[in-house]
Design a binder for this molecule. Sequence first.
Ligand SMILES: *[C@@H]1O[C@H](CO)[C@@H](O)[C@H](O)[C@H]1NC(C)=O
Ligand SMILES: *[C@@H]1O[C@H](CO)[C@@H](O)[C@H](O)[C@H]1NC(C)=O
Length: 319
Amino acid sequence: MVDNVVLLGGGGCCCCLFVIFVAIMLALGFKKVESSQWALQYDWWSESVKEDPLTQAGLHFVGIGNYLLTFPATSKYCYFRNFDNSFQPDDDDVFMPPLNVRTSDGLKVTLELEFVYRLQMAKLRDLYMLVGDSGYRNTLVHVASAAISAHATNFSAQAFYGDRGDVQGAFQAALAKELDRVLYITVVSFQLQPAHFPKLYAAAIVETQEMKQDIQVAEQENKTKVIQKQTQLYSARQLAHQIIIKAEGEAQQTLVQNQADVAQFKYRQQVLAEGYSKALNFFSSQGQDAVPNFLSYLKVEALKAHGGSQKTVKLTPVV
Ligand SMILES: *[C@@H]1O[C@H](CO)[C@@H](O)[C@H](O)[C@H]1NC(C)=O
Ligand SMILES: *[C@@H]1O[C@H](CO)[C@@H](O)[C@H](O)[C@H]1NC(C)=O
């Protein structure tokens, strides 16, 4: 009786254990996919990867012993930057120090940049077969560095200095092409930061900028001076013109005045001459001495008119 109980109890226990075992095995056959993930199913029994990725978030039954290879379903960053401690890295982002490249003129410059990339769902298995489930990040870094270093030699140091639009465009195009071709990775966006130049070059660039500014200032001053001088020249010409007009006016006035004086003088002389002529006729009829007396009178009158003037006058003595 005691034996039976033990036997019964043992049988129940066995059954119980079996149920628990099956439950655990079933539970182990479920794997979870996060909403930010895509997953490939690895079949442990056949050592193969299933063709289609799991893209729905949640629990999936993959079978006992099998497991999932997860990949980011969202856009991720790849940085080539100097990081300070405040920087919070995100999972699956790639962090690398800045890139050293050479420009077309042989200058060594250090580039800081970052780009956003995305894996291609349809090519996930191809990517895995190529580089494994996490190896793509290493390969990504190598392919990106090589593409950027190669294309940096297309541009002069000057191109990296000012407006970097052309350089950035060329880098993005090259990177997109290479990553798509080699790793089935899409480049979503690309950002090139200001480049770091060797100290001497940077100093020379600053000096050049300053010189350019000085030249601009000088040119502006030149323009101002030219305008000032032109204004002065204009005023002087105006003044000269006025003076000429005034002088011409005065000359004209003098001329008219003189003509009037002359006419007046001539008229007076004429009237006087006529007067004298009449007087002479008159005295001629008054006897022998009358004319000489009259002439002597005229001489005295002339002497009186001569007045204080310094001129010497020669007169025949009055008898
Ligand atoms: C830039 O460099 C790449 C790689 O060296 C080359 O294939 C490409 O033709 C160059 N492009 C220009 C515009 O020089
Ligand atoms: C100053 O400006 C004038 C007129 O614009 C120009 O002819 C001249 O060459 C300039 N001088 C200098 C030194 O640039």
